[in-house]
Design a protein around this ligand. Structure first.
Ligand code: T5A
Length: 230
């Protein structure tokens, strides 16, 4: 194959990768997931963006049940099970089929969120979290997880700007109402998970402009998957 014809076709043939974004509320995960999708598409890579909880009709139903607060009286353990149920459907119906056909998958939150929110911060037993993880992932562990790290107080300032829209849509996130101390513990939980899984995680400070952050994310993705450098 000549050098001039190799770039796009080589990239298209790279194995499909599974990339997740994690972090606290409002750190910019959704924004950066979109930006990464655009960059991959510019490289002629087939890719989709999805989110958790959600991503499939069944999982979106569970999302709305949890985030509108209906599951709160059931307790944090039941919520961990609900998140895992949504995840199992998401993996089986959307993530696995796409990876199998060679499409990269970018997911806005995944199993590390259950470990951080319901496990370390919420107090659900670590063994139960691991069992739920095994069940829900069905072998589909992310190849790369990007943790966007930021002081919760600053991230809340971002979230507050669009709070009005969120309530109009009828989906007020029940976890946003936890106090600052809880969110500081959540931040530490994510950092701890990243430290325990260094082969998979890259932690990036999210306290920068959208463009700067998009560049930092792209750099991390290219470092992990050098085939992107063509
Ligand atoms: N949950 C989820 C669990 O408890 N357990 C689980 O297992 C799972 C999967 C999900 C909730 O469920 C919990 C966690 C959550 O509480 P969600 O609505 O998906 O609910 O909540 P978040 O994931 O936190 O989504 P957010 O939209 O609140 O945060 P993002 O995606 O991190 O932030 P984003 O990109 O939407 O940006 C927030 C605002 O900031 C602006 C954006 O325009 C937007 O207005 N912004 C920036 N502003 C300045 N500089 C930047 N660099 C910016 N980037 C974005």
């Amino acid at each position: 194959m000549t050098k001039s014809s190799s770039d796009k076709s080589t990239i298209k043939k790279t194995p499909a990768r599974f990339i997740t974004f994690e972090g606290g509320e409002g750190v910019g995960k959704s924004t950066q997931a979109k930006r990464l999708l655009d960059r991959l598409k510019n490289k002629a890579i087939m890719a989709i963006r999805t989110r958790e909880p959600g991503g499939t009709p069944n999982a979106e139903n569970i999302r709305s049940f949890i985030l509108t607060g209906k599951s709160e009286p059931w307790g944090v353990g039941a919520e961990a099970i609900l998140f895992a149920s949504a995840r199992l459907d998401h993996v089986n119906e959307l993530i696995a089929p796409n990876l199998k056909k060679g499409t990269w998958v970018i997911c806005d939150r995944f199993h590390d969120s259950t470990r951080a929110y319901q496990g370390i911060t919420g107090g659900v037993n670590e063994d139960l979290i691991s069992t739920l993880e095994d069940l829900a992932l069905n072998g589909y562990k992310p190849d790369l997880t990007i943790l966007l790290d930021m002081e919760p107080k600053k991230a809340f300032e971002r979230v507050s700007l669009r709070e009005e829209d969120a309530s109009l849509a009828g989906e007020t996130d029940r976890f946003e109402k936890e106090n600052l101390d809880w969110h500081n513990r959540l931040r530490k939980a994510f950092l701890q998970i990243a430290k325990n899984n260094q082969e998979r995680f890259v932690t990036i400070s999210a306290d920068k402009s959208e463009d700067e952050l998009a560049d930092a994310v792209w750099q991390a993705v290219c470092k992990k998957f050098p085939e992107l450098n063509g």
